[in-house]
Design a protein around this ligand. Structure first.
Ligand SMILES: Nc1ncnc2c1ncn2[C@@H]1O[C@H](COP(=O)(O)OP(=O)(O)OP(=O)(O)O)[C@@H](O)[C@H]1O
Ligand SMILES: [Mg+2]
Length: 262
């Protein structure tokens, strides 16, 4: 859960200040809430995006994300430095400059996303120990196994439209899986951005991995993903959980009615 910059011990702030030539200002990220600290830091020698964690689970998550972002070129922000001090893990990354994209039907940002995703779809997972599909999602199909680098949480707040292309942040769920799994996990966000399930599938049909995955596999994936979010929604009051339950449910409904057609 997000905490104030003031939660950082003085020793940690001093180490950050040394790396940016003295801190002029700090601005907390307006989106996301899992990382304890996620802030733009303006220093005399430039700007950097800082993520920091101090509690067991969040340190583990940030350490995993650090390993992933250091192993992958260009898509994630480059890691500039990192250190551990007084129980805190602190990572300074390239500040990606730009807005989150608009993924609604017909948006020009979709073209930029297409370029980035096609490239990501062709990137094998780097050597390392990454989440398996079932470890990541809590359900599995044999077809979900694969060797591709799958971010697995591509959503508008984890995308930044920069002058040099659409970049991806928040690699805490990096997974080694079949390429289509990335696309199947994007359906819910396309629906959440205003696509009908059919429009979302039409857009995804531009990817070879989507075109080659079996209908039955997608039906099963959509049903299992929706069932998972339905259970989560029964146990949570968080708006985003209910949104995901609704959007995954819409897709599953669409797939089952499509399959039922003669
Ligand atoms: N390198 C970066 N440059 C610019 N902005 C960034 C960068 N990394 C993250 N952000 C911004 O900070 C927000 C939060 O970052 P991120 O998603 O990595 O953290 P999080 O709190 O773990 O997120 P979530 O709650 O989505 O899991 C992002 O939505 C993005 O707007
Ligand atoms: Mg995020």
């Amino acid at each position: 859960m997000r905490r104030e910059w003031a939660a950082l011990p003085k020793t940690v702030v001093t180490e950050i200040a040394e790396r940016v030539g003295g801190i002029i200002g700090v601005r907390a990220a307006p989106t996301g809430n899992h990382a304890e600290i996620a802030s733009t830091v303006v220093g005399t020698s430039g700007m950097v995006f800082v993520k920091a964690a101090s509690t067991g689970r969040s340190v583990q998550t940030l350490r995993y994300e650090l390993t992933a972002t250091r192993a992958v070129d260009w898509f994630p922000p480059a890691v500039l430095w990192h250190f551990e001090r007084d129980g805190w893990l602190v990572v300074g990354a390239e500040l990606l400059d730009g807005p989150h994209p608009d993924l609604s039907p017909g948006s020009p940002d979709l073209e930029l996303l297409l370029v980035t995703l096609k490239s990501l779809q062709g990137t094998p997972a780097p050597p390392g120990t990454w989440f398996t599909p079932s470890g990541r999602l809590g359900f599995a199909l044999p077809e979900m196994q694969g060797r591709t680098l799958v971010h697995s949480d591509i959503n508008p707040t984890n995308l930044i439209r920069t002058a040099t292309g659409m970049r991806v942040v928040d690699w805490a769920w990096t997974t080694e899986a079949a390429a289509w799994v990335e696309l199947a996990l994007l359906v819910q966000w396309l629906i959440g951005s205003g696509h009908s399930p059919a429009q979302a599938e039409e857009w995804l049909a531009q990817f070879p991995a989507w075109a080659s995955v079996g209908h039955d596999t997608l039906d099963a994936f959509a049903a299992m993903n929706a069932a998972k979010w339905e259970v989560k929604a029964e146990q949570s009051k968080d708006g985003w959980v209910h949104d995901l339950a609704a959007w995954t449910g819409e897709w599953a409904q669409h797939r089952s009615s499509y399959t039922a057609k003669p």
